[in-house]
Design a protein around this ligand. Structure first.
Ligand code: NAD
Ligand code: TYD
Length: 373
């Protein structure tokens, strides 16, 4: 059973992966390395912090020697690399942090893996794996009638975020071809689910509807994303670690394309339904339109578009399905319902974020976006 170094394990997908992994693999140890940036939150890992198989290390993947020391000291044979700056809007405002974390950080990890696993030979090479978690955004933007991205779609990243992730994908590939490092890469579509930081569309929507704040919809709201429930992503990585071929790239997606405005309407309807059915929820969220007989869609506000906003992403996960048998378990309907219910049940978690330093971002970024239409 592999023993894992999970980078970025205190973030959204990383934390979901750690919970999933420790639940599914009882004989496996997990060391999380996370810098606890604004997006990292130790509370995301509360449920596993007492587990003897789990260790948390507060540190930066860019720190030379840190990851190598962890691989040696904990005798780890697998890296699952999530750590990154991940929000497109922030990458437009300040690309430098993205180049540092996503490119330099990935390179430091590759150097560590090469040194400890290959040069020092501390593990049989057949046992080790560097799994790189990447995004479908490296492929650029699709037209409405284009076929979905496949693993052979040429790279055409359009934002500083996707360009930095594309660079990291190329470095991972190069370490395999040049040094023989056993790697796999997954390029996944948009995730949603528990512990999702409320700057991204779906959690932002839920908390804004509950607190009666406006819902900022960029441009005409017709941009399409292909949504995947986060636990299905964790299961896909597990499938790739177990049955994927070394040196290969796998696209991961839920075959669940939806226009942003449709996601907005669906989440509004879900929150309204929950409040209409439950007086206690109406009392807890008095600012939410449904608490006073209104409709959450009244909060929709069309705002100035994101610069360079990719029109459509869509993923064909056929290779992953054919080689590993993976298929998503959640549909958009079941996944969105589970997500809304999680946010209703975990108010202290997102209140902690909304009342902390993130409040500055809400006021500078969202509150100042120009309204259109
Ligand atoms: P996130 O922003 O929620 O979490 C990122 C985590 O990485 C945080 O815990 C943060 O503290 C940590 N981190 C950042 N820089 C670090 C550094 N220099 N050293 C150590 N830790 C650092 O991101 P997420 O949404 O969970 O995404 C995780 C990974 O999955 C990223 O690589 C992202 O590109 C990829 N991805 C995300 C999505 C999505 O929809 N969110 C889709 C496909 C791929
Ligand atoms: P986001 O969650 O930031 O993910 P990504 O940009 O990586 O796809 O955004 C998803 C879509 O929602 C994207 O087309 C931008 C749009 N969006 C809004 O319309 N309003 C918002 O407030 C946010 C955060 C995103």
């Amino acid at each position: 059973m592999p023993d894992l170094l999970v980078t970025g394990g205190a973030g959204f997908i990383g934390a979901n992966f750690v919970h999933y992994w420790l639940r599914e693999h009882h004989a496996s140890r997990v060391v999380v390395l996370d810098a606890l940036t604004y997006a990292g939150n130790l509370a995301n890992l509360d449920a596993v912090r007492g587990d003897a198989r789990f260790t948390f290390v507060h540190g930066d993947i860019c720190t030379e020697g840190l990851a190598a020391g962890l691989l040696r000291d904990h005798a780890l044979d697998t890296i699952v690399h999530f750590a990154a700056e991940s929000h497109v809007d922030r990458s437009i405002l300040g690309p430098d942090a993205f180049l540092r974390a996503n490119i330099t950080g990935t390179h430091e990890l590759l150097k560590a893996a090469r040194q400890v696993w290959l040069d020092e030979g501390r593990m049989p090479v057949e046992r080790v794996r560097f799994h790189h978690v990447s995004t479908d955004e490296v492929y650029g933007s699709l037209g409405f009638d284009d076929p979905p991205f496949t693993e052979t779609t040429p790279y055409a990243p359009n934002s500083p975020y996707s360009a930095s992730k594309a660079a990291s994908d190329h470095l991972v590939r190069a370490y395999h071809h040049t040094y023989g490092l056993p790697v796999t890469t997954s390029n996944c579509s948009n995730n949603y689910g528990p512990w999702h930081f409320p700057e991204k569309l779906i959690p932002l929507l839920i908390v804004n509807v509950l607190d009666g704040r406006t819902i900022p919809v960029y441009g005409d709201g017709r941009n399409v994303r292909d949504w995947l429930y986060v636990e299905d992503h964790a299961r896909a990585i597990d499938a790739i670690l177990g049955r994927g071929r070394v040196g290969e790239v796998y696209n991961v997606g839920g075959r669940a394309e939806a226009a942003n405005i449709d996601i907005v309407r669906r989440v509004c309807a879900l929150v309204d339904d929950r409040l209409r059915a439950d007086a206690a929820l109406r009392a807890r969220f008095p600012q939410s339109p449904a608490a006073t007989g209104g409709d959450a869609t009244s909060l929709i506000t069309f705002v100035a578009d994101r610069p360079g906003h990719d029109r459509r992403y869509a993923i064909a996960p056929d290779k992953l399905a054919a080689e590993t048998g993976w298929a998503p378990r959640e549909t958009l309907a079941t996944g969105l319902a589970r997500t809304v219910d999680w946010y209703l049940a975990q108010e202290p978690w997102w209140r902690g974020i909304m009342d902390g330093s993130y409040r500055d971002w809400i006021t500078t970024h969202y509150a100042t976006r120009e309204r259109v239409g």
